[in-house]
Design a protein around this ligand. Structure first.
Ligand code: N01
Length: 547
């Protein structure tokens, strides 16, 4: 008896990756359904509603590149769009390509189970929906499973408590209140200056200081918009050739090319231009040459000392135990300046960690107590794996992804896992870290090409080889070993799975650069999808999908 499938593809998640996957599968004549837990499209931009949320990538390249008309029509208001601008954009994309008719909102996928005999994935959702498909495409985002440290006493707190990645839709009014923010990563750094404007008193609890570079946000005027639109082909070429997928050319200089004075001028210029340009348009060896990195790190520390008036606070904010770039540096919008306000104070919890949440606030290891009305955790994410293992994904022979990854997540190309045939992850562990939308677009196209190739070759099952997964894991580790990443106290970074207690420590992202990753994808195609085995289902073949 033939098994009926509902769709060729089930996509999980309506963020950048999922929306693009829906567009591409449709274009290839595949039937697809997208399941989304939230009430609207947006993914990370749907959930991260905290005050100050905005991109750290420049707007004109933090978007889809596949449709020239979309690129030409859309007008970005600012260098870094805020959360509402991102939502407007993704909503516009959904409407423009009529995507909503194939999206099931407000539905969370709880389980996805592979049946090798019928070559199907059965996807079970909380709304008691069960759907069957041939290809499972989890597009759940690398930074979407919010992490809240399991502080003792958390539930006893009687004030208001918020997690930045699950910020409520209604406005949170902190005016006149005593507010605590725990966490000074990219999220905390955006949130803190916003809350400081109205809070009665804001206390920031910092465990590791960061090198915060000024974002230098600004409006995009019509002339600039026109120039960008005229230059898009060249801009995308830059993006695809730049290590983190940004529209930047190499600096064309290394540290040893210049003397001390010139080095200072170069860094000053980078600081004034702002954003990640400070890292990538100053010295091409900033992230690999120790001397260059030392000078750049000290340059940032001196900027902090020049901005923050209280010397003790400045010294606490200045990172000393990890090099610039060994953790993902946040971009600030008057971040350091915020510590000059009388209503803002900084508490170092590196040596005296938060020991207990009480009914009225926080108690640290040294016994000091901080009573607050509002407690906010900006404590990051269970990166790369968390959103995937939150779903009970079971591959061949009932093997669970959670168990398979218990000793460390392994994938081939950040897309496929041995034992989980016909599953194509977008943004899973081993995926490159960088400007996400343009990177994802290439991965989506690669996956769609692979499915087409699979079908044309008369096969219906595609699975990553274990040797290819091993090789990819070795590559990730070798790259980390060759960079400043994870050095010093940055060894606890989420890049390495080290921020969540009990999580296996392995590199979770490919850091060989976006061009390197694209070359790996292309190489696999050129070699007939090397690293993958194609086969035919022997048992009970599925009937074609309902379109
Ligand atoms: O998370 P994080 P994030 N006690 O993990 C601290 C993307 N993103 O949400 O550094 C005390 O960086 C923790 O301290 P430490 C972007 O890629 C993008 O800020 O581990 N503190 C750290 O300070 C970004 O890099 C955008 O010592 C504790 C903070 O919590 C990534 O998401 C905006 C603690 C967590 O920082 C993650 O950024 C926002 C504890 N027990 C995010 N546990 C844009 O592009 C954790 N911390 C705009």
């Amino acid at each position: 008896m033939a098994t009926t499938i509902d769709y060729d593809c089930i996509i999980i998640g309506a963020g950048f990756a999922g929306l693009r996957a829906l567009i591409e599968t449709r274009r290839r004549g595949l039937s697809a359904k997208l399941i989304e837990a939230g009430s609207d499209v947006g993914g990370t931009w749907h959930w991260n509603r905290y005050p100050g949320a905005r991109t750290d990538s420049e707007s004109w390249v933090y978007c889809f590149s596949f449709d020239e008309d979309l690129l030409q029509d859309w007008v970005w208001p600012e260098r870094y769009p805020d959360r509402s601008a991102m939502q407007r954009y993704l909503s516009h994309v959904a409407d423009r390509f009529d995507l909503r008719r194939d999206i099931e909102f407000g539905t969370r996928v709880e389980r996805a189970v592979r049946d090798d005999d019928t070559n199907t994935w059965t996807v079970e959702c909380d709304a008691e929906t069960t759907l069957r498909c041939t290809f499972l495409i989890p597009a759940v985002g690398p930074l979407s499973a919010a992490y809240e440290p399991p502080f003792p006493g958390l539930e006893s707190f009687r004030g208001e408590r918020y997690l930045t990645a699950r910020w409520p839709e209604e406005e949170v009014d902190v005016s006149g209140k005593r507010v605590a923010v725990v966490g000074t990563g990219a999220t905390g750094v955006q949130l803190i200056p916003q809350l400081a404007q109205t809070a009665g008193h804001l206390t920031v609890f910092q465990r590791t200081p960061n090198y915060v570079m000024p974002a230098r946000n600004c409006p995009i005027d019509p002339a600039q918009d026109k120039a960008i639109k005229a230059d898009y082909p060249a801009i995308w070429e830059q993006v695809r050739g730049q290590v983190f997928g940004f529209p930047m050319n190499p600096a064309g200089r290394v540290f040893s090319d210049v003397d001390e004075n010139e080095a200072r001028r170069v860094l000053e210029r980078g600081w004034e231009i702002g954003g990640f340009r400070f890292l990538f348009e100053t010295f091409d060896d900033l992230l690999v040459d120790q001397r260059c990195n030392d000078v750049a790190s000290e340059f940032v520390r001196n900027k902090i000392r020049a901005i923050v008036r209280d010397r003790d606070t400045a010294e606490l904010l200045a990172p000393k135990n990890h090099p610039l770039g060994s953790k993902r540096p946040p971009l600030g919008h008057y971040y350091y300046e915020t510590y000059n306000r009388a209503n803002v104070s900084l508490v170092d919890v590196s040596t005296d960690p938060i020991e207990q949440i009480t009914e009225t606030g926080l108690r640290l290891a040294d016994g000091s107590v901080h009573d607050v009305d509002v407690l906010i955790f900006a404590t990051g994410f269970d990166a790369a794996t968390g959103a995937l293992t939150a779903i009970d994904i079971r591959g061949s022979e009932g093997r669970s992804l959670r168990e398979v990854w218990a000793d460390g997540a392994r994938t081939h190309l950040g897309i496929a896992v041995t034992g989980f045939p016909n599953m194509f992850m977008l943004g899973g562990p081993g995926f490159p870290f960088g400007n996400f939308p343009p990177t994802t677009e290439v991965a989506v196209e690669w996956a769609a090409d692979a499915i087409e190739h699979l079908r044309e070759s008369g096969h219906d099952v595609m699975e990553a080889d274990v040797e290819a997964m091993d090789a990819w894991s070795r590559t990730l580790q070798e790259i980390v070993d060759a960079t400043v990443l994870g050095q010093g106290e940055a060894v606890n970074t989420w890049f390495l799975g080290a921020n969540v207690p009990g999580k296996a420590h392995v590199p979770l992202f490919y850091l060989g650069g976006i061009p390197g990753y694209f070359a790996e994808l292309q190489d696999s195609v050129d070699r007939g999808y090397s690293g993958f085995t194609f086969s035919r289902t022997v048992g009970n073949k599925p009937e074609s999908a309902r379109v």
